[in-house]
Structure formats: structure tokens, C-alpha cells
Unconditional design. Structure first.
Length: 132
């Protein structure tokens, strides 16, 4: 599963708590654990497991990068996890409503918000199968 990170959330403190931070800071050869807000890029691949490890690399998804560029200016109701994940899969997989809802609990509000944020990013939602 390829993932895209929206932002760093914090450093885990145990018992489901974390200390908010905005940047990852490491010294040479140091290791640390951070909580990231990340989204799946590949609809048809399995979700990562808690023990999954990732490597950092560049993203070859220009439309997803456009989406992430406008997210900070979008209203909070367009930045929900459901809306952003839906928008990403609309870009990467051009899903139908049936496909989306077969694997992800997207609500009508998520789908509508995804359309708004896609259009904010300059992506023609009306050309995508979810919105036809």
C-alpha cells in the first residue's frame, strides 16, 4: 500500500495519547516514533497492519499533490478523513459509489465534501465516475 502523509500529528505518549508536534526532528542514526496523518493511495490494496513499516519516497501523484496544496485553505467540513480519503481515491482509482462504499464507510457528506475539495484543487469532479 502506498500512503501519502498529510502532516505529522505528534509523538506517542502511551495509552492512546500523543504530544503534538509539527515536524520530525532526528539526529544522525537516531530513531523515533511519530504519529502521522496519512491516507491510502491504492484502493485495491490491503490496509497496512499496525506493525507495517514504510520507507519515505517521493510521490508520483501530481493531482493528489494539488489536492494537498489546497487542503489547508479548505473549510473543516471538507477536510474530514472521509472526504480527503474519498477525494484521493477518486483521483487515483476513479471509483464508482458502489466500489467506494463496498470498502470504505463514506457518507453522502463525505462524497459531497470530496467533490468540493477536488474542484478547489482544479480537478474536474464531473468527469469522475463517482460524480456522473
Amino acid at each position: 500500500q502506498d500512503m501519502i502523509v498529510e502532516r505529522v500529528r505528534g509523538i506517542p505518549m502511551g495509552e492512546g495519547r500523543f504530544r503534538p508536534v509539527e515536524r520530525i526532528r532526528l539526529t544522525a542514526k537516531a530513531t523515533a516514533e511519530y504519529i502521522l496523518l496519512a491516507y491510502c493511495l491504492n484502493f485495491d490494496r490491503a490496509n497496512p497492519e499496525p506493525q507495517s513499516r514504510f520507507t519515505v519516497g517521493g510521490a508520483d501523484y501530481p493531482e493528489v499533490q494539488k489536492l494537498f496544496a489546497v487542503l489547508p485553505q479548505a473549510p473543516p467540513d471538507q477536510r474530514t478523513i472521509g472526504a480527503v480519503q474519498t477525494a484521493i481515491w477518486v483521483i487515483t482509482d476513479d471509483l464508482t459509489r458502489g466500489q467506494l462504499q463496498s470498502r470504505f464507510p463514506a457518507t453522502d457528506a463525505d462524497i459531497a465534501a470530496a467533490r468540493q475539495v477536488l474542484e478547489r484543487a482544479g480537478i474536474q469532479a464531473a468527469t469522475k465516475r463517482l460524480y456522473r
